[in-house]
Design a protein around this ligand. Structure first.
Ligand code: RIB
Ligand code: CA
Length: 333
């Protein structure tokens, strides 16, 4: 069922908002689309970006960490970047398994200056997320756009961790389909055991899977619309979209991770269904599959909001507005 198109998407007023900000930590495997989600997050006035935590995924964790640190330094943002898990729980997965899609650096052919004077946060990801969550006494929300290894470590290491997480939004899985093969999506495929630990926890989750993210494709026109904003943030994003669109024909500029950001901050562009979801951790041909019981046939307690439809134009207008806002705020910390 298509979401009724709202009459128009009115870009918010130019980024002067006085509102209670929602604290978020973004756990990512940057990656081209992760980087675009980070830029858009920097333009979300309603978000307090507490920190960015790094995980092995698209490229090895050390390259993810370098990308995140270089990006924030390039954009003049003073936001903590934490090192994280370099291997999944199930160590039978190669590290940096997504380089074929995101290029050897993780940012395709787009280059960033090497950040010299920005040390990584001393605490590693799981400890940082736990301590910041406790500090915010249950208000912290998580946006996870890579494998869930860091989150699972935090759950295992801290029995009260889940008490302090308000909500977890994640890009991953699919009710139907896959991109590693026809049943497995990459973020889940890298570490299905970690996802099982998270989905078995009491943390409220929203799953933004390929069912909707495969539809969120940026066109050449979108790229030019962004490039014409002519800010560091916008040109960086436009260059990434140009790279993503120039790869082999099946690899389009899909906004997987930015749509997960939208599920948290602009849910109006998505239609969701509450149901039971778990990952297949065994299975010769289906390990890493997300079994989303959309018709609630398994009589299992629903544990996840699953995105089942997207208003693509509404989402893209919102995303471009956030990139514009990030540019207007550029370097304000
Ligand atoms: O399958 C798409 C997901 O895997 C995205 O998050 C992309 O960045 C990779 O992590
Ligand atoms: Ca990602």
């Amino acid at each position: 069922m298509a979401i009724p198109l709202r009459r128009c998407f009115r870009p918010e007023s130019p980024c002067q908002h006085s509102m209670k900000k929602r604290p978020f930590i973004l756990d990512c495997d940057t990656g081209t689309d992760d980087a675009i989600a980070i830029v858009a997050a920097l333009g979300c006035e309603e978000m307090e970006l507490v920190g960015i935590t790094c995980v092995n995924g698209n490229v090895p964790e050390e390259d993810v960490a370098r990308n995140n640190r270089n990006l924030l330094a390039y954009l003049g943002r003073n936001i903590p970047v934490c090192r994280g898990a370099w291997l999944p729980f199930s160590a039978n997965r190669r590290t940096g398994a997504g380089a074929g899609v995101h290029g050897s650096t993780g940012l395709g052919t787009v280059e960033l200056p090497e950040a010299k004077s920005c040390p990584f946060e001393e605490r590693i990801a799981a400890q940082f997320i736990y301590e910041e969550a406790k500090k915010r006494n249950g208000e912290l929300e998580l946006l996870v756009t890579g494998p869930m290894t860091n989150i699972a470590i935090a759950i295992i290491e801290h029995p009260d961790f889940c008490d302090y997480i308000r909500h977890l939004y994640f890009m991953g899985g699919a009710a139907a389909g896959g991109n590693v093969n026809n049943t497995e999506e990459f973020n889940i495929w890298v570490d299905p055991e970690a996802v099982h630990i998270v989905l078995s926890s009491p943390i409220p989750c929203t799953m933004v899977g390929l069912d909707v993210t495969n539809l969120a494709i940026m066109t050449r026109e979108d790229e030019e619309r962004i490039r014409s904003l002519n800010t560091k943030e916008a040109v960086f994003v436009a260059d990434l979209i140009r790279y993503m669109s120039s790869r082999e024909k099946i690899l389009l500029a899909r906004m997987h991770d930015p749509l997960a950001l939208a599920s948290a901050l602009f849910p109006e562009c998505l239609e969701t269904k509450t149901c039971f979801v778990d990952t297949e951790c065994r299975g010769t041909y289906t390990r890493g599959h997300t079994a989303a019981d959309l018709r609630n046939r398994r009589n299992r307690e629903p544990n996840t909001e699953v995105a089942v439809n997207v208003n693509v134009e509404l989402f893209k207008d919102w995303l471009i507005e956030k990139i514009a806002c990030a540019g207007r705020k550029g370097g304000q910390g």
